[in-house]
Ligand binder design. Sequence first.
Ligand code: HEC
Length: 462
Amino acid sequence: MSILQKIGYWIEDRTGLSANLGPLIKHLVPPGAKWAYVFGSGTLFCFILQVVTGIGLSLLYQPSSEGAYASLQFITDQATFGKVLRGIHYFGASGMIILVGIHMIRVYITASFKYPREMSWISGVFLLFLTIAMGFTGQLLRWDSNGVWSAVVAAENLGRIPLIGTSLARLLMGGDTIGGQSLSRFFAFHVFLFPALMFTLVGFHLYLVFQNGISEPPKAGRPVDPKTYKKWYADMLKREGVPFWPDAAWRDAMFGSLVIIAIIGFAVLVGPPALTQPPDPSIIQTSPAPDWYMLPIFALFALMPPKIESIVIFVGPILSILALLALPFFSGTGERSPIRRPWAVFGVVCVVVFVGSLLVAGEIAPWSPRFKTKPLAQFVHYTNPQLERGTILFYKKGCQYCHQITGQGGIKGPNLSQIGRTWTRAQINIQIVNGASEMPAYGGMLTKTELDDLVSFLMAQQ
Ligand code: HEC
């Protein structure tokens, strides 16, 4: 016996690893579970990628309000592979959210949540919300103006919930206002609490897959009956089952690899989202632009009539969570085939269209300031130093997020390219100092010179 074999025997004798895990890998799965079934394991691949890259980022990240922004700049601009690492973590999060969504839609359309797999669905619902919570807390860790103001908006919304709102907001932020303590809290959520819950739930979710078996592809006219299903499933596996490895697992392995290659590709070619400006408490951003996967939620609240908002904030999430959790109990038996469940399919199409439209609305909405706008000073130059300073201030103070000049900037406020033709110095002064319903008042946030510079710059826009 070679020394390697001896080591192998010793490990197997003392741990029984392959005796116990071997059958799991070889366990029989229903035939015909083809490409539609790869999205769950695809999500798992993303999750592992997030854990690995997250640990990598945490080696350099400083979770303090003084250091966070600078440490991210260091990771992005100087650390070896830092930019790619951030990119993978960002696109990995996006990929995970997309795949969780597709996985869930697939499970719903093939009614795999029915008997005896109700607990798989329930643990999956919690995993869905944890995934979204990870995206949200991760965005704040960038500690740039976008992430910070997104958190503020979320806390303000939470605070509107009757009775418990204020306490919830305090729990989220670690105090009444956003600050270093909020960052510590989000860091702890993002790095310890949520991942610990996710590891446990993912383990449970996978255990259930082995315990109850993968659901067989549905067939019209073959309803699930709890009295006979388990025996029927076991017999069917004996007759037609194929070993998970290699017959079914190669698809998971191949799809997972493609997902990871795509994520790395995006990370290298597109790169992580640019950091917006460091958060400046003197700039009040009335509506920040969160990462794309949070946009539908933000869009929903922006488009809702303000009167019903505080009710919907309270009732909406509770109802949707309850509805999702209750689903397998209300329709836990019967037909699984989508052909026999046209209303279920129609419902899922409606949800997808609704969320998709909110996403588009959030992306193009005039109400969302454009944080990605490039500083005007890159395009417009003045020889007059005061006008030059005004150009810089116009971006630095956030005016450009909402106002366009010569094609650069957001469209939340009016285009100011020709403001000097119709407005007087005094009028512009008052507008900036007092603000308006949709524009922050800058009175206390600008020095006298800064105000003068801005007004002169705007007067020069003819
Ligand atoms: C959060 C978005 C937002 C920001 C930031 C913002 N504005 Fe505005 N601004 C608006 C909106 C919306 C209006 C018009 C509607 C109103 O008056 O309520 C407006 C109106 C104006 C007007 C009057 C123009 C007109 O035709 O009505 C001026 C001038 C102006 N803003 C200048 C500025 C300057 C200078 C800054 C930066 C110091 C700035 N704004 C920052 C949203 C913004």
